[in-house]
Structures are given as structure tokens and as C-alpha cells.
Design a protein. Structure first.
Length: 562
């Protein structure tokens, strides 16, 4: 029985199946991606669901590649999918399986259907087949090749297997019902001819199974108990059942759930591929991409994505989830685990004129107020510092409480300073700020409790580390990027400001040794991670994971007030 308190309609079905001993007490799920692209956040939902069910019910979980289309599949995608599933915690043990492992069995089953008079070789091309298929309100028309003899079908199918016909010349179709109200049952194609090299099988095969034909056989061979699919396969379930019933082999149960749709995001593989191939992004792992590898490079934690999938739950109807909920999930996770540090993204120098020249001291800073075990670190303080340009205004607007001429602010973990003088270049730009400090306002001294209206972050100049910081934002400006002006496509909704690169940032010394993918909270700025590909100890590069602004928390608060 289940060892979890999670509840949804799929887990309710499985619980009932266990009570009735439907599959002899077994639970076995699978995640069956096609290796024709990188996995995205929608696939993460499926991984979390399928593996989560197997884990919760003490069952097994398979990773199985649906590698039935050699013209679009590559080993690169296989490798990336394995890495992504592992990163999300999906434990498939040694069960990395492939549809292509079962090609011989599928062929044997196809021959069995031909011998039963339930499959035939058809010469109609794609357009002819489409025209004869009928509509939702009109029945289809029988293929003129539908009544070929069993002997002729067996002979032609063998010739197809030997590669004696060109692509598209013939197909093998199931003989079901051309008048069925379910168009999927109108003599669907089981095999098509493809003269392409397969990434695992080489040139061994010239016929390749369609997904609908392969799907149920794969599940049956592997002993899958619950074949969990997204909602678009609901109308395909009668075909799944028909094949298994006609073959009289082990019959798993197919269950459909709503796929993930998310605002400001496209999840179509075709559109993601277009973004990559037309260089609108730097690759599948571009931190703006909704791919799992993109999220990993940006700095998302697997826990944040798993928690997000738990929060949105499992539904029977399609809906669109606010991307702010995903951002909330990663922010909530990082708030607990990320070390606090100080980084100045738009630096301007501050000189503390009454601080001794040549002197530096070490101050104590908290690593994470949410985690006492994270301890503290030492940060240098000296006469010259950098603060962020956003924290200074020569002519401050109303209710501006940060640094300006004649005002005081507290430096985080340090002293209160007062702006005394502004130094400008020949163009009138502020290049340096001269301040004085109150030595009695250091933590632990009598003046430490003196109140000022603002506290700002900073780094000491002589030991500051130069860094590049990349500010990532949403890739699209519209909630539904697919809705575009007439004559334009989804690309017209791309956000021209989705990436801003800051090359002259100053960060505290500890960040100079940041490890690739190590995550931090830049105080008052946001959550960042050292880029997994380009960050180096002598030249760190940081990606913004998410801002500190919590849009979803505000949405929740507003909803509670309504």
C-alpha cells in the first residue's frame, strides 16, 4: 500500500487496484520520452508523477526511450535525458530501456495480426490516406487494398522489412473499422518505411513502428501496470486496448492526466527547436529555456522543481499555471539553503575619509539567517569600498532613504556612514563618493543600536573580486506567447530584455572561489549561481536564478483577502 499522504485521482485508482489485487500487488510505471530533443518542465511533471507513484507504492520505475523515428533521434538527446531524469531524482536502477530493443517482438506481433486477418499492407500515400479517413461527422472509406489475402500481405510485409520499397511507398495498417466514431480506430498505420540509419540499430531495419503500435507492446513486455500518459492520448486508449486484446498479451492500464501549461512559456518541442536552430537562444541549456538542462544551468534546484510539481498536483483537465508559482518554489527552496553574500552589480567607489589609510579589519557576517548551522564568515572592511549606483542619488526623489549628500546609511554588518562630498568627471558623472563613518556604530559597540532609515550592501575595494553577472528574465512578454499578431508567430512575442550582461561587477572575496553551479543569495539583489560551463575561479560568472521579489506570495495574499 501507499506510504505517502499525497492524494490524486491516479493514486486513488492505484490504491483500489491494490485492494482488488488487479496486478498481483505489483506497481510498475515508466517514463517514455522520444529522444528527439531535450526534456522541458512539462516532462518534469511526468517524471515526478511516474517515479513518485512507483516510490510511494514500493514499485518499480523504468526509463524507456521511444526511439521509433530514426530521422529525428540522436544519442545526444539520449544522454541528456538520462542526466535530467537522474538529476530530478528518478531512480530507474539499471532499467534504461529502448523501444528499439523490442523491434523483433513488434514485428512478430505484426505478423500474428496479419495471420488473424487484422492487418494489411496498404499502397495509399499519405494524402490519399488522409482523404479516405473521413471526418468527425463522416465515416472513412475502405482502402482498395484492405482485402488483400493473408498470403499477399505476409509477402509484402516481408519485402517491406527487407527494404525493397522506397519511403512512403507502402504501410502496414490495422484492420479495425473505417466507420468508427473514433478516428484513431479507422485502420491506423502500424508501420511505415524509413530508409534512415538508427542511432542504435544502424541500418538493420527499414520499417519502423508508429507510437500507437509500439506503446502497448513495450508496456506489456516490461510488465508495466499503469501506463500514465498526458490527456491527448485519451482518444488513443481504445486503440491501445484493441492491440493488446487482439494480441492476447499482458494488458497494462492506460491512465491520462492533464499536461503542464505555464504562462510566458512555450513547451512545444518544435518551437523550442526553432529557438535553438535559429539562434534566438544560446542552446538547449540556455538559462532562459524551459528545459530541465536550462533550469539546471540557471541554478534551479531539483527540489524546487519537484515541490512545484507537487504544488500544482495532478488534474484531469488542461489548465495554465502561473510561472510565478514556479519562481516562488525555487525562491522558497533557496531561501533555506543559499548562503548570503554581498555583490555590487553597478559599482561606484566610496572613500571613507576619516578611516585610517592602509588599514583593513575583518567583520563577521551571517551566512544564512534561516539556517544557524551555516555559521558566519569574515568579510574585509577598509577605507575604500564599492556600493551599488542604485543606492546613491545626488538629488534624491521623495522618500528616498538610501545614500545622498548629507544623509546617513548603515553598511550591512559594518558602520554607519554619512555622504560628505561627491566627485565628478569632466562630463558631470559621479565617479566617487566621499563619506565619513561613525566608529562607535560597529556591532557590539555602544553606538551599534543607533537607528538610520536604510541599510545597504557593499564590498571592500582592495579585495573585491571582479565578476560577470547575467540577469535573466522571462523569454516572452506575453502570458500566452502562442497568441501573436496576424502574420506573425510566437517569436514576435520574445522579450528583447530577457538577458542583460553586467561585466564589471564587484563581489566579496569568498565568491572568487565559487564552484560551478554553487548557489548564493546576493543580499538585496536576488538568488544567483556560478555558471556551470563558464564560471572559473579567477573569473567567476554568475547567473541570476530568480529575483527576491515574490510575486506569487502577493497573489496568495490577494486571494485570501477576496
Amino acid at each position: 500500500m501507499a506510504i505517502t499522504e499525497k492524494s490524486d485521482f491516479i493514486r486513488e485508482i492505484i490504491t483500489e487496484d491494490l485492494k482488488t489485487n488487479k496486478f498481483n500487488g505489483r506497481i510498475h510505471t515508466r517514463f517514455p520520452p522520444e529522444p528527439n530533443g531535450y526534456l522541458h518542465i512539462g516532462h518534469a511533471k511526468s517524471i515526478c508523477l511516474n517515479y513518485g507513484i512507483a516510490k510511494d507504492f514500493n514499485g518499480k520505475f523504468n526509463l524507456r526511450f521511444d526511439d521509433t523515428n530514426p530521422s529525428k533521434e540522436e544519442q545526444e538527446y539520449v544522454d541528456s535525458i538520462i542526466e535530467d531524469v537522474k538529476w530530478l531524482g528518478g531512480n530507474f536502477e539499471d532499467r534504461v530501456l529502448y523501444a528499439s530493443d523490442y523491434f523483433e517482438a513488434m514485428y512478430t506481433h505484426a505478423v500474428a495480426l496479419i495471420k488473424k486477418g487484422k492487418a494489411y499492407v496498404c499502397d495509399l500515400n499519405v494524402n490519399e490516406m488522409r482523404l479516405s479517413r473521413g471526418t468527425l461527422t463522416e465515416p472513412g472509406k475502405d482502402s482498395p487494398y484492405r482485402n488483400r489475402s493473408i498470403e499477399e500481405n505476409l509477402d509484402l510485409f516481408e519485402q517491406m522489412k527487407r527494404g525493397e520499397f522506397p519511403n512512403g511507398f507502402k504501410t502496414l495498417r490495422a484492420k479495425i473499422d473505417m466507420a468508427s466514431p473514433n478516428i484513431n480506430l479507422r485502420d491506423p498505420v502500424m508501420y511505415r518505411i524509413v530508409h534512415d540509419e538508427h542511432h542504435r540499430q544502424g541500418n538493420k531495419w527499414y520499417i519502423y513502428p508508429t507510437y500507437d503500435w509500439a506503446h502497448g507492446i513495450e508496456d506489456s513486455i516490461e510488465g508495466i501496470t499503469h501506463s500514465i500518459c498526458t490527456l491527448e492520448f485519451e482518444n488513443h486508449r481504445p486503440l491501445y486496448d484493441w492491440y493488446l486484446n487482439e494480441l492476447e498479451i499482458f494488458h497494462p492500464q492506460q491512465i491520462e492526466f492533464a499536461r503542464l501549461n505555464i504562462t510566458y512559456t512555450v513547451l512545444s518541442k518544435r518551437k523550442l527547436l526553432k529557438l535553438v536552430e535559429e539562434n534566438h537562444v544560446s542552446g538547449w541549456d540556455d538559462p532562459r529555456m524551459p528545459t530541465i538542462t536550462g533550469f539546471r544551468r540557471r541554478g534551479y534546484t531539483p527540489e524546487s522543481i519537484i515541490n512545484f510539481c507537487d504544488m500544482i498536483g495532478v488534474a484531469k483537465r488542461d489548465s495554465t499555471i502561473d510561472v510565478a508559482l514556479l519562481e516562488f518554489s525555487v525562491r522558497e527552496d533557496l531561501n533555506k539553503r543559499a548562503r548570503r553574500v554581498m555583490a555590487v552589480l553597478n559599482p561606484i567607489k566610496v572613500v571613507i575619509t576619516n578611516y585610517p589609510e592602509g588599514k583593513t579589519e575583518q567583520l563577521s557576517a551571517v551566512n544564512n539567517p534561516e539556517d544557524e548551522s551555516a555559521g558566519t564568515r569574515e568579510i574585509p572592511f577598509g577605507r575604500e569600498l564599492y556600493i551599488d549606483l542604485e543606492d546613491f542619488r545626488e538629488v534624491p526623489p521623495p522618500k528616498y532613504y538610501r545614500l545622498s549628500p548629507g544623509t546617513e546609511v548603515r553598511l550591512r554588518y559594518a558602520y554607519i556612514i554619512k555622504c560628505e562630498k561627491v566627485i565628478k568627471d569632466e562630463k558631470g558623472n559621479v565617479v566617487e563618493i566621499h563619506c565619513t563613518y561613525d566608529p562607535d556604530t560597529k556591532s557590539g559597540l555602544p553606538g551599534a543600536s543607533r537607528k538610520v532609515k536604510a541599510t545597504i550592501h557593499w564590498v571592500e575595494a582592495s579585495q573585491a573580486v571582479d565578476a560577470e553577472v547575467r540577469l535573466y528574465d522571462r523569454l516572452f512578454v506575453k502570458e500566452n506567447p502562442d497568441i501573436a499578431e496576424e502574420g506573425k508567430d510566437f517569436l514576435s512575442n520574445m522579450n528583447p530584455h530577457s538577458l542583460q550582461i553586467l561585466k564589471h561587477c564587484k563581489v566579496e572575496p569568498v565568491l572568487g572561489s565559487a564552484k560551478p553551479s554553487e548557489r548564493f543569495q546576493f543580499e538585496r539583489v536576488g538568488y544567483f549561481c556560478a555558471d556551470i560551463k563558464e564560471s572559473k575561479p579567477d573569473k567567476p560568472v554568475f547567473n541570476r536564478i530568480v529575483t527576491l521579489k515574490d510575486a506569487w506570495a502577493k497573489i496568495e495574499q490577494h486571494s485570501k483577502k477576496q
